[in-house]
Every structure is written in structure tokens, then in C-alpha cells.
Design a protein around this ligand. Structure first.
Ligand SMILES: Nc1ncnc2c1ncn2[C@@H]1O[C@H](COP(=O)(O)OP(=O)(O)OP(=O)(O)O)[C@@H](O)[C@H]1O
Length: 277
């Protein structure tokens, strides 16, 4: 594996905290406190932690959908202040336009891209490429309600990828899927990400999940968070060979890493299920 620590950070979280204040009641929640983390070009980073520890809050700040109360979030050294097409987001609930077909959903970004307007033929080629990449060929004229959950999520991937982002932010994208579809899409995601490519040519992925096995299967590193307020407890290297295939899950190396992570969050995960704060 190529060393992660030799590269300059693509995304830098520098001492970030986030306090939410509910306008009506004035109630304050310190969601995350003093989180610092560098994510390098081409890295696949997973964030795991107990429910409510601030995973989505961190992702939303990288997406530019929320601002930190303290600290900075930067991409390539420049502070992130707003959403941008260089950062694509994929959510659990697909966030597709229900009134548009698969093709129209995927075409939406390239059609309205403000930087470099594509000609119709070029746009067509691009959209076709991403439809093929996510294996939705033949389903391009269907509407989201006609698709299975797995196909909707493939469509959501393609829609995010068609904007050609440098960074892909994924907030529990497989959480709503059945167990088999989830396993299939994990492998598909690694293929789409470009597991075989050199690190410089891959997208940088930040992926939130509750699934420890999912994190170990996908990630180069796993950031493990703790709760109240959310902090990064530890960042574990996942030195498992790539490309990763189904058989990896049964190996003792895989199981040992998954168990180590579970031991780190087990107590807080339990407490989160009975938390009445
Ligand atoms: N808009 C908001 N206003 C007030 N509090 C919020 C808001 N968004 C999140 N919070 C609180 O901030 C904390 C972190 O929430 P966040 O959704 O980031 O955690 P999470 O780890 O993604 O949770 P989960 O695993 O359950 O999806 C929680 O206590 C949550 O209730």
C-alpha cells in the first residue's frame, strides 16, 4: 500500500467544535469538540461512532452545509465556507428528484454546471459513462419509484459522480438497504472508486457508517469517535490488501480489526441506546 502520511492533506479539520443552539428554547448542545484530522488525496476514510456522536455534523461541515463554531475546515488549504461541485454528497435517503428519470437525475449536475458548460454531445457521453459505471444501463428512463433501493443508491452515486467531484462525502449511504444489497454495493463502490488506480487518480472519500464490518472492508483508515461531546478517539490504519473481495471478510486479520473497533465503541454505543439526555 502507498503510505498515507507522505501526502499533503486534501481535507484538514483543524480544532473544530460545533455548538447547536435551538432558537425557540435556547438549549445548547456541544455536538463536537476540538476535532482535528487530515484526510489525504485518494484516501478512503470511514468515520464510525455511537449514535449522536457528531458524524453527520462533521460531514456537513466538510460539505459546506454547516459552519464550525470554532476551528477551520479546509480543502487544499482553502477554508470551506459553502457547498461546491468539487465536493459531492451522497445521503442515506438517495435525495433523487422523484419527478426526473434516472438519466435526468444524473444529467442534472453536468447540465447546470456553472464552471465549464458542456456541449450536448459531451454531456451525453459523460452521462452515458456514469450510467454504465454504476450498471444502470437499460434503466435510464425509469423514475426513482420504479427502482429498488440498491438501484436508487446506484443512481445517487452516478448523480454525485457526474459532477466529477474531487471529494465524495457519503453519509450512511447503505443504511436503508437490505443486508445482501449492502454487501454487493460495498464491493461496487470500491470498484467505482478505482481501487486499482494510483492514489493520485482516485477520489478522496469520507464515508460515515454505523457498520464496523463495512468500515473495515472499505477504508484505508477508520476514525473512531466518542460521544458527549463528539471527539475522535483514535484513527486506525486498515492495512488490508486491495482489491478487496468478499473472501476478505472471513480472514482473521479482518475479524481482529473489526473486533478492536467494536471494543472501542461498545460501551458508548450501549449507553447511546438508553441515553435520555
Ligand atoms: N440542527 C441541530 N440542532 C440541534 N442539535 C442538533 C442538530 N443537528 C444535530 N444535533 C445534535 O448534535 C449531536 C450530533 O448529531 P449528529 O447527527 O451529527 O450525530 P451522528 O453521529 O451523525 O448521529 P447518528 O449516528 O444517530 O446519525 C446530537 O446530539 C444531535 O442531537
Amino acid at each position: 500500500m502507498e503510505a498515507l502520511d507522505q501526502a499533503a492533506p486534501k481535507i484538514r479539520l483543524d480544532g473544530i467544535s460545533k455548538e447547536y443552539i435551538v432558537p425557540r428554547t435556547g438549549q445548547r448542545t456541544l455536538a463536537i469538540a476540538d476535532v482535528s484530522l487530515d484526510i489525504v488525496q485518494g484516501e478512503f476514510l470511514c468515520i464510525v461512532g455511537p449514535s449522536g456522536c457528531g458524524k453527520s455534523t462533521i460531514l456537513n461541515m466538510i460539505a459546506g452545509l454547516a459552519e464550525p463554531s470554532a476551528g477551520t475546515v479546509a480543502m487544499d488549504g482553502a477554508p470551506i465556507r459553502a457547498p461546491g461541485s468539487e465536493r459531492g454528497v451522497v445521503f442515506q435517503d438517495y435525495a433523487l428528484f422523484p419527478w426526473k428519470t434516472v438519466r435526468e437525475n444524473i444529467e442534472f449536475g453536468p447540465r447546470f454546471r456553472s464552471d465549464a458548460r458542456l456541449g450536448a454531445a459531451e454531456r451525453d457521453k459523460l452521462v452515458r459513462h456514469y450510467i454504465d459505471l454504476v450498471s444502470l444501463t437499460g434503466a435510464e428512463h425509469k423514475y426513482p419509484h420504479e427502482l429498488s433501493g440498491g438501484m436508487r443508491q446506484r443512481c445517487a452515486f452516478a448523480r454525485a459522480l457526474a459532477n466529477e467531484p474531487e471529494v465524495l462525502l457519503m453519509d450512511e449511504p447503505f443504511a436503508a438497504l437490505d443486508a445482501q444489497t449492502r454487501l454487493i454495493l460495498q464491493e461496487e463502490l470500491l470498484r467505482i472508486w478505482g481501487e486499482d488506480l494510483p492514489r493520485a487518480e482516485r477520489k478522496t472519500v469520507i464515508f460515515i457508517t454505523h457498520g464496523i464490518d463495512e468500515a473495515v472492508f472499505l477504508a484505508d483508515r477508520v476514525a473512531v469517535m466518542s460521544n458527549h461531546p463528539g471527539r475522535i478517539k483514535t484513527v486506525m490504519d486498515i492495512d488490508l490488501p486491495r482489491p478487496r473481495r468478499e473472501s476478505l471478510r472471513a480472514t482473521s486479520e479482518f475479524q481482529t480489526l473489526a473486533d478492536e473497533i467494536w471494543q472501542l465503541i461498545r460501551r458508548e454505543a450501549y449507553e447511546a441506546t438508553i441515553d435520555r439526555r
